[in-house]
Design a protein around this ligand. Sequence first.
Ligand code: THU
Length: 123
Amino acid sequence: MTGPELVERAEAAAANAYAPYSKYLVGASLLTADGRIFDGVNVENAAYPLGVCAEKSAIVAAATAGVRPGEIDAVGITASPCGGCRQWLHEWRVGRVWFRRADGTIADYAADELLPDTWDLPS
Ligand code: THU
């Protein structure tokens, strides 16, 4: 599946977002190196900070199925990922990050281009 196709898949998945507070529906679709696809959506909560982003819920779905950092080739997202999600994409060493810009064009980055001078836990 190509990056733009992943973005389109994420746009379809976004219909299942639970975002009654912001009304902002987000979807994310991950492609693993072995060809599996995992979708995620944002899921909000009345205690607002407890909500989760679509990118995180997609990674959680993949992790639950046994996927580990370095095994995700690409992600398609309906919008530019927030700062916290960029840290998640970094930790999971996602290969390419594709997302729909506000102007309708599709962006394509390496995860680390989206988070220069990344922070990692000192070893
Ligand atoms: N959101 C995401 O799902 N991903 C992002 O990268 C940015 C923001 C969600 C969180 C919240 O449910 C809604 O968008 C509005 O911030």
